[in-house]
Design a protein. Structure first.
Length: 430
C-alpha cells in the first residue's frame, strides 16, 4: 500500500512539473503567433490606407471579415478538436496563421486583404481561442485552472509589450509590406517548434490523478456538463452569449481604432502639440504591460473572490477606460489612463470565455460550447470596428466612443446576471 502511495505521489509530481511546462509553452504561443495575428494589425491601418489609397471604413472591414470567418468556423473547430489529433490540428492552426500573415505583404487589392484576414483568423482560432483552453482545461482542475489560464493568456500581453514598439519602428523604417512578411515568418519560427516539441495532452492516468486531487464536485448536474440540446434551451446560456456579443462590439473599437484616433489627435488637436507618433507605440506598450498584469490579476480574482466580483471589477475598469478615451482629446495624459485600465480589464475577454464556459456549463462538450461562446464574441467583434467607423464618419469620435460605453454597460450587466443566476441554481442543488 505504501509503495502504491509513493508511486502515485511520484506521478503527481511529474504531472505537476509537466503541466506547468505546458503553461509556459502556451505563453510563448500567445506571446508571438497570437500577438502577431491579433495585436499588431491596428498599427498597420494608417500605413496601408496611405500606401494603397483605401478608406478607413473599407480597410476596417478586414477585422469584420476576419472575425466573422473565425466566428463561423469556431463551433466547427471545437467539434473537430474532439475528433482528431490535438497536436496536429494545433500545428495546422499555427502554420495557417503565420503563413497567412506573411502573405499580407503580397496583397494589393481590398479583396485580397479580406481573404487573407479570414484565413489568418481561422488559423489563430484553431491554436489560441480553442486550442490553448482545451490543453489547459485538460491539465488542470478547477482549483488552479484560473491561475493556469491567466498565465497562458498573459503571454499575449508579454509579446505585445515588445511587439508594439518594434512594429511601429519597422513600419516607419521599412513600410508595411516588409513588416507584414517579417512578422509572419517570426510567427512560424516560434509556433511550429513549440507545438511539435512541447505541447501535448496528459494521458488518462494523469487526468484521473488531477481530478482525484480535488475534493469539491460540481453538483449542478451529474455529468459535469450539458449536451448541446440542453444548452440551447437554457436562458442563462443566451444571456451569457448576449453579454459576449456586446463585449465583442466594445473591444473591437477599443482595440482596433485607438491608434488611428490618437494619430488624428496628434495631427489636429492643440492639446497634442509636440507629441510624435512614437507616443502611439508607447500607449500600445503600456497597454501590453498592464494587459499582462490584468491577465494575472484575472486568474487570481476568479480563483479567490469568485466570478461576480471579478466581473464587477472588470466592468469598472472598462468604464474608466472608455471615458478616458472620450476626454483624451483635451488631455493626452488620459491616454495613459485608458491603456492602464483597459489593460487591467483584459481578463474579462481574454481568459474570460474559456473560464466562464467551464464555470457555467462544465467540461462535457467543452470545446464545442467554447466554440459557440467564441462565435458570440466574434459576432460582436466583427461588427464593432465597422460600426464604429460608420459612426465616426457620420457623428464624430465622441458619439462613437459613447456608443461603446453603452455596449460595455449592457455586456457586463448580462454576464453578472448570468453568474448570479448560475450561483442560485447551484445552491438549489446543494
Amino acid at each position: 500500500m505504501k509503495n502504491i502511495t509513493t508511486f502515485q505521489k511520484s506521478i503527481n509530481k511529474k504531472s505537476f512539473s509537466r503541466g506547468w511546462i505546458i503553461v509556459i509553452a502556451c505563453m510563448l504561443i500567445q506571446a508571438i503567433p497570437f500577438s502577431v495575428a491579433s495585436n499588431i494589425q491596428p498599427q498597420f491601418i494608417s500605413y496601408v490606407i496611405k500606401g494603397d489609397g483605401f478608406t478607413l471604413t473599407a480597410f476596417s472591414l478586414i477585422f469584420t471579415i476576419g472575425t466573422l470567418a473565425s466566428a463561423i468556423a469556431s463551433p466547427l473547430i471545437g467539434y473537430i478538436y474532439s475528433k482528431v489529433n490535438v497536436k496536429l490540428f494545433f500545428l495546422i492552426g499555427c502554420i495557417i496563421s503565420g503563413a497567412g500573415f506573411a502573405s499580407f505583404s503580397l496583397a494589393k487589392n481590398l479583396w485580397q486583404f479580406y481573404l487573407i484576414a479570414a484565413i489568418v483568423q481561422i488559423g489563430t482560432t484553431i491554436f489560441s481561442s480553442i486550442g490553448i483552453p482545451l490543453i489547459i482545461n485538460s491539465w488542470f482542475n478547477k482549483e488552479v485552472r484560473g491561475k493556469a489560464l491567466s498565465l497562458a493568456f498573459a503571454g499575449g500581453s508579454i509579446g505585445n509589450i515588445v511587439l508594439q514598439i518594434l512594429v511601429v519602428n519597422s513600419l516607419m523604417s521599412y513600410g508595411f509590406r516588409e513588416t507584414y512578411f517579417k512578422y509572419g515568418v517570426i510567427s512560424l519560427i516560434v509556433g511550429v517548434p513549440i507545438t511539435l516539441f512541447l505541447l501535448k495532452l496528459p494521458d488518462k492516468d494523469t487526468i484521473s490523478i488531477k481530478e482525484k486531487s480535488s475534493s469539491k464536485t460540481n453538483k449542478l448536474d451529474k455529468s459535469n456538463g450539458f449536451s448541446f440540446k440542453e444548452l440551447i434551451k437554457m436562458k442563462i446560456f443566451w444571456i451569457f452569449s448576449i453579454g459576449y456579443v456586446f463585449i465583442g462590439l466594445a473591444i473591437a473599437a477599443l482595440s482596433i481604432q485607438y491608434p488611428n484616433y490618437l494619430k488624428i489627435l496628434i495631427k489636429n488637436s492643440s492639446a497634442f502639440i509636440g507629441i510624435t507618433p512614437h507616443f502611439i507605440g508607447t500607449i500600445g506598450s503600456l497597454f501590453a504591460i498592464f494587459s499582462l498584469l490584468g491577465n494575472l490579476l484575472g486568474g487570481i480574482l476568479f480563483d479567490k473572490i469568485g466570478v461576480t466580483n471579478s466581473l464587477i471589477i472588470a466592468f469598472i475598469l472598462s468604464v474608466i477606460s472608455c471615458i478616458s478615451l472620450i476626454f483624451t482629446k483635451n488631455s493626452p495624459t488620459l491616454s495613459y489612463v485608458f491603456s492602464i485600465t483597459k489593460g487591467l480589464s483584459v481578463y474579462s475577454y481574454m481568459m474570460g470565455p474559456a473560464y466562464l464556459t467551464s464555470h457555467f456549463f462544465g467540461k462535457k462538450n467543452f470545446t464545442t460550447i467554447l466554440g459557440i461562446t467564441n462565435l458570440m464574441f466574434a459576432i460582436g467583434f466583427s461588427v464593432g470596428s465597422t460600426f464604429f467607423a460608420i459612426i465616426v464618419n457620420k457623428l464624430g469620435y465622441t458619439a462613437a466612443w459613447s456608443f461603446i460605453l453603452l455596449f460595455i454597460i449592457i455586456a457586463f450587466s448580462a454576464l453578472i446576471f448570468a453568474d448570479i443566476s448560475v450561483t442560485k441554481t447551484k445552491k438549489s442543488f446543494n
